[in-house]
Design a protein around this ligand. Structure first.
Ligand SMILES: Cc1cc2nc3c(=O)[nH]c(=O)nc-3n(C[C@H](O)[C@H](O)[C@H](O)COP(=O)(O)OP(=O)(O)OC[C@H]3O[C@@H](n4cnc5c(N)ncnc54)[C@H](O)[C@@H]3O)c2cc1C
Length: 421
């Protein structure tokens, strides 16, 4: 039986839910508080550069992405499988051993990864590849504990994993659940890290165009939620057979005060326009020294030249923490540029101009083992106890904090609504 569902939030979870409902013969309408679709996946054009909402990448192996996206139409541009790692004194590559063997060998020869660790990575990677294929399961131990259990040396953990996986999870302490690490390794092994040529926002725009029959109301905020209905800030009340709250956890806690606010990881991203794109590296750049605000960054123009104005380069630099309110964005950006000058050299970093600085407090939900356990408890019990009748929830906080996790949660929430009698 077809249903009419009110979806609150046109982020990736809300859009995936809408597509699932429409495919099954139901109808829906989407209410979005901001003036565009995509939520945390968005791009702006700033002085001719494409500036995403923080440094984000799409992993071509994401299983939900294969379901919801036309990857060919996105014109994906892939990062080379490896990174340039700085140890405070020199930089060397760490790379995929079969796809970039020379770069991988260089990393071992230059001592970024000791030969013993290079060998120990194999069983470690094999274990990750044996994990669930559709999304990470809870491991109940931290990524750090898993890396130590695998026998990896402090040099490799501190000099590479803290910067690499710390950069993905905005958590250099590596307290993130090891299941996230396994799944990510699997995704990197089975595909490529990429960006759409026109920016990450293209992912959301494509998903929205596939649900155009749903009707998306932009710039309209939901103020209250009642049984099978919502009240907008304007006072208008909209009712359906069901309501799906796909607002992200922070706004959810405001709409449903009985729900606890979750812990978040924040970040700061600085986007630099550069005068000579040829001088920029093609590798992801990692700061394994642990010193300075800069943790990771990439020359977006080396991957997708369309990110920068013609003849110019674009580099995005990131922290793994949220600078305090008092820290001026330009100071943090200047600190990051100093480290990048040491890594890439004076000539390559001459004349860089800061075009955008983003302080993102609610970037991704924290994913420590305790948070992962709380998310399953939320899914299993708490939501059904505190939500009004006919109201359910989707979002990355219920799965893993990624585009794949947001899609999965949207699809699963829609399927659960469709399964109701
Ligand atoms: C800096 C950064 C880097 C990231 N890097 C990656 C990466 O490299 N790879 C990856 O896979 N993932 C990455 N992520 C995570 C990914 O972007 C998120 O997991 C995903 O986009 C979450 O989608 P969502 O639909 O659950 O929530 P959101 O994107 O937060 O969507 C919620 C939507 O609901 C709307 N809304 C909220 N309240 C109301 C209301 N009251 N009324 C109406 N509308 C409302 C909001 O405006 C928003 O559009 C990153 C995120 C950030 C911020």
């Amino acid at each position: 039986m077809g249903r009419h569902v009110i979806i609150v939030g046109a982020g990736i979870a809300g859009l995936a839910a809408a597509r699932t409902l429409l495919e099954q013969g139901s109808t829906c309408e989407i209410i979005e508080g901001s003036n565009r679709v995509g939520g945390r996946v968005a791009s702006d054009l700033v002085e001719g550069s494409i500036v995403d909402r923080g440094f984000q990448i799409y992993l071509s192996a994401y299983p939900e992405g294969k379901r919801f996206l036309d990857l060919r139409a996105l014109d994906l541009k892939a990062f080379p499988p490896g990174a340039l790692v700085w140890n405070g004194a020199r930089a060397a590559t760490v790379a995929h051993p079969t796809r970039e063997p020379l770069a991988a060998l260089a990393g071992v020869l230059l001592g970024v990864v000791p030969p013993g660790d290079a060998l120990r990575m194999l069983p470690f990677a094999r274990r990750a590849l044996a994990g669930p294929a559709d999304g990470p399961g809870p491991a109940g131990q931290t990524a750090l504990a898993r890396l130590r259990e695998a026998g990896l040396s402090s040099r490799t953990i501190d000099g590479f994993f803290r910067a690499f996986f710390g950069g993905v999870f905005f958590d250099r302490s590596l307290s993130t659940d090891a299941g996230r690490l396994d799944f990510l390794l699997r995704m990197f092994a089975e595909g490529f890290a990429c960006v759409p040529a026109k920016g990450m926002g293209e992912i959301a725009r494509q998903m929205a165009s596939n649900v155009s029959s749903a009707g998306i109301r932009l710039g309209v905020r939901v103020d209250r939620v009642e049984a099978r209905s919502v009240t907008l800030e304007s006072g208008e009340r909209i009712a359906g057979d069901a309501v799906l709250l796909a607002t992200g956890a922070h706004d959810l806690a405001r709409l449903v005060p009985a729900l606890p606010e979750i812990a978040w990881c924040g970040t700061f991203a600085a986007w630099f326009e550069t005068p000579d794109p040829q001088l920029l590296p093609r590798w992801l750049v990692l700061n394994g020294s642990g010193r300075g605000a800069f943790n990771h960054g990439a020359a977006m123009s080396s991957i997708a030249p369309s990110y920068a104005p013609v003849g110019r380069g674009l580099f995005v630099a990131n922290t793994t923490f949220l600078p305090r309110d008092a820290d001026l964005s330009s100071d943090v950006a200047a600190d990051m540029l100093l480290t990048l000058r040491a890594i890439l050299g004076r000539e390559a970093t001459e004349g860089w101009k800061l075009v955008a600085a983003q302080r993102i407090r609610h970037a991704i939900p924290r994913q420590w083992p305790v948070d992962v356990a709380d998310a399953s408890r939320l899914r299993a019990d708490l939501l059904s106890q505190v939500l009004p009748a006919g109201v359910s929830v989707a979002g990355d906080h219920l799965e893993d904090a990624s585009i794949n996790g947001a899609m999965r949660s949207g699809r699963r929430a829609a399927e659960a609504i469709l399964a109701l009698r």
